[in-house]
Design a protein. Structure first.
Length: 200
């Protein structure tokens, strides 16, 4: 999983302290999976492009950095998570800190570790877990699995996606892990659950 940390100062500079209107941002079919961990053409091309700068850091200027940051943020604003991304970016541009719950809810269906989530909240892992328990009255793992399984159950009932795709779209790294957790919660494998729906 690629986790990008961008300083607030660079976000503000990239947009000139003027946030883009996402209502005018076209939703790109190719970039819709940028938040699911599923490979897509645009995200792969972007990563391939910036690797040049990692190996040739002497050519990187503040102007180039601002352009590349603006590029990836605009791509994310055309993804299926555009509204969530916009919410976080508005906090950056307005020099406010995104709330704990906003960070959690934005990444609830992402393939993200608790360590990465705690970093996004500017907390140690232990502090993050305590704060999570205080706000949600449950552990991070229990909450995230519940939300991801609820999403997968909805997709099984309403979409034509395969089991593998649904596992990925719901934030699970492997289909086997998804199937095991689904059966633990609903007492039926996802493949069998999907079959029972098709029979109705």
């Amino acid at each position: 999983m690629l986790l990008i940390h961008i300083d607030r100062e660079f976000v503000a500079k990239a947009f000139g302290n003027k946030f883009p209107d996402i209502s005018r941002t076209p939703k790109n079919e190719f970039s819709k999976d940028m938040f699911t961990g599923k490979p897509c053409v645009i995200s792969k091309n972007y990563v391939d492009g910036i690797m040049h700068y990692f190996y040739n850091q002497h050519v990187v200027t503040d102007e180039i950095l601002a352009i590349k940051i603006k590029e990836v943020l605009l791509l994310l604003l055309s993804s299926r998570k555009a509204e969530d991304v916009a919410l976080l970016l508005e906090h950056f541009v307005n020099k406010r800190t995104a709330s704990f719950k906003e960070v959690v809810e934005t990444h609830v269906l992402s393939e993200i570790t608790l360590e990465e989530l705690s970093q996004l909240c500017n907390m140690s892992l232990s502090t993050f877990k305590r704060q999570f328990k205080k706000i949600y009255n449950t552990t991070p793992n229990e909450y995230l699995f519940d939300k991801r399984l609820e999403n997968s159950k909805k997709l099984l009932a309403t979409s034509e996606h395969s089991i593998d795709e649904i596992a990925l779209l719901s934030g699970f790294k492997t289909t086997a892990h998804f199937s095991r957790k689904f059966k633990e919660k609903y007492s039926i494998p996802p493949s069998q659950y999907k079959l029972t729906l098709s029979d109705k």
